[in-house]
Design a protein around this ligand. Structure first.
Ligand code: GAP
Length: 433
């Protein structure tokens, strides 16, 4: 696991995982872009979550609601009121602003004294249509789940769902954070994977415990080390405005234990409030179902997976080459998350027949797996480059490949190599993924 923030930030940029947004203009407001490897990793995390929710459980269906919703939604949900606000203080000298709970008595930038705290709503405001007046104000959603509540009846009726059932959704959310910080940990634009489990009120406590366990296991099954994961009960006085009970799943980042997912018992807060404000009856039979929510940030979990997989090997793993004197980096991502499944490497690049065969193999694998073709540098150097980004298999084409119509497949974790017939290669890799 990574031991410093600076290492993981520079690794993420150097290997094409995460770039600062608008970098050529000096960056912008703690926004980040996911590079070619970052987007593969992100898509793999989303797929792992989606499959876990909708394939493993036949009583969970999916939804993709819009980011912009009627402002009435945010009134009913409590987000427009003080419920969704942080306390902000301003330095009287340099006028920098901070979240009150992040700092002590003095300004951390200049030591100046601070104003009294005032509430700052975290919703991002925008206008719908050409006129920028109060009537056209709406907000970018600060959490994705409200689209699930407003579609509760649509989903239930069209899919003939019976309580208990769940609705899963992945999508962008926005919060005008006062102090976005810690790289992609706290940003103003992020993606959430949320599942709302609708159940009978009497079953809510049992469902809560079930989902807490399921969610912890999801991370462990995807390779997060047990010692770096924990569940923390949120004290009553710190509960979000909608929750009766909350447990944070926390990961041990280089900057400390931090929340990556929230499990919430939202009771009937959302359905009863939307019923009241919209005048639509959102009851199931004669009661409001209670909601157990699991809510995880894609970016935050990606950050945790990256930190956990990042491994430094002093002296390197190969003892036969010069690299033995350096620190080698390996990304031990789970096979389902690794951005590149296979790299195709011609042993040498100055033999046209080897290069031609390697390109044929690359074209054979490409439709089935995310692959890279790399012919530059020594073979040892190319193996290390692939280990560093977590590539599962390196496939080498050498002179023997012509005689035997086979290739060498090197395993990332064991470094063991075995020869595989080209006709069996796709199936051989598929079996191991
Ligand atoms: N619907 C409930 C909800 O949104 P939350 O605890 O406010 O609950 C859930 O957020 C998850 O969303 C967090 O655990 C985190 O992973 C992610 N998240 C929240 N704010 C974030 C931010 N500013 N930047 C990145 N991820 C964030």
């Amino acid at each position: 696991m990574v031991d410093s923030m600076q290492k993981i930030v520079s690794f993420s940029k150097r290997r094409g995982f995460v770039f600062a947004s608008s970098e050529i203009y000096g960056g912008f407001g703690s926004c980040y872009d996911f590079g070619p490897l970052g987007v593969e990793l992100k898509n793999n995390i989303k797929k792992a979550w989606w499959d876990e929710m909708t394939k493993k459980h036949d009583d969970i269906v999916g939804l993709d609601a819009s980011i912009l919703m009627s402002p009435k939604v945010w009134k009913a949900s409590g987000h427009l009121t003080a419920g969704f606000a942080d306390e902000l203080v301003e330095c009287k000298k340099c006028h920098h602003r901070f979240r009150k709970d992040f700092i002590k008595e003095k300004c951390p930038d200049c030591g100046g004294s601070l104003t009294k705290p005032k509430k700052f709503n975290l919703m991002m405001k925008t206008f719908v249509g050409p006129v920028e007046d109060e009537a056209s104000v709406t907000y970018l959603r600060p959490e994705t789940c409200q689209g699930i509540y407003t579609n509760f009846k649509n989903v239930m009726q069209t899919m003939r769902m019976k309580i208990p059932f769940g609705v899963a959704q992945i999508g962008k959310a926005f919060r005008n954070e006062i102090n976005p910080k810690d790289f992609i940990y706290r940003t103003r634009e992020f993606e959430q994977m949320e599942m709302q489990w609708f159940c009978e009120p009497k079953n809510a406590p049992k469902s809560f415990n079930y989902w807490k366990k399921e969610r912890l296991n999801w991370y462990l099954n995807l390779g997060i080390k047990k010692a770096n994961l924990r569940a923390k009960e949120v004290p009553k006085n710190e509960l979000p405005h909608y929750a009766k009970r909350a447990v944070d799943i926390e990961y041990k980042f280089p900057f400390g234990w931090k929340e990556i997912e929230g499990i919430h018992n939202r009771g009937d807060w959302d359905l009863s409030n939307h019923s009241k404000h919209s005048k639509e009856d959102l009851k199931y039979e004669d009661y409001f179902p209670h909601v157990i929510e699991t809510s995880v940030g894609v970016d935050r979990s990606l950050f945790a997976f990256l930190c956990d997989a990042y491994t430094e090997i002093k002296g390197g793993r190969t003892k036969t080459t010069q690299s033995a004197k350096q620190v080698e980096v390996m990304l031990k991502l789970d096979k389902s998350l690794a951005p590149i499944k296979a790299a195709v490497l011609p042993l040498v690049k100055n033999k046209p027949e080897i290069v031609k065969k390697a390109k044929q193999i690359y074209n054979l694998l490409k439709p089935n797996f995310v692959c890279q073709y790399d012919e530059s540098g020594s073979i040892g150097r190319r193996y290390r480059r692939q280990d560093e980004i977590g590539t599962l298999f390196c496939i080498t084409i050498d002179f023997d490949s012509f005689k035997k119509d086979d290739v060498t497949v090197r395993n990332r974790d064991t470094m063991k190599q075995k020869r595989v017939k080209i006709k069996d290669l796709t199936e051989c890799l598929r079996k191991q993924l």
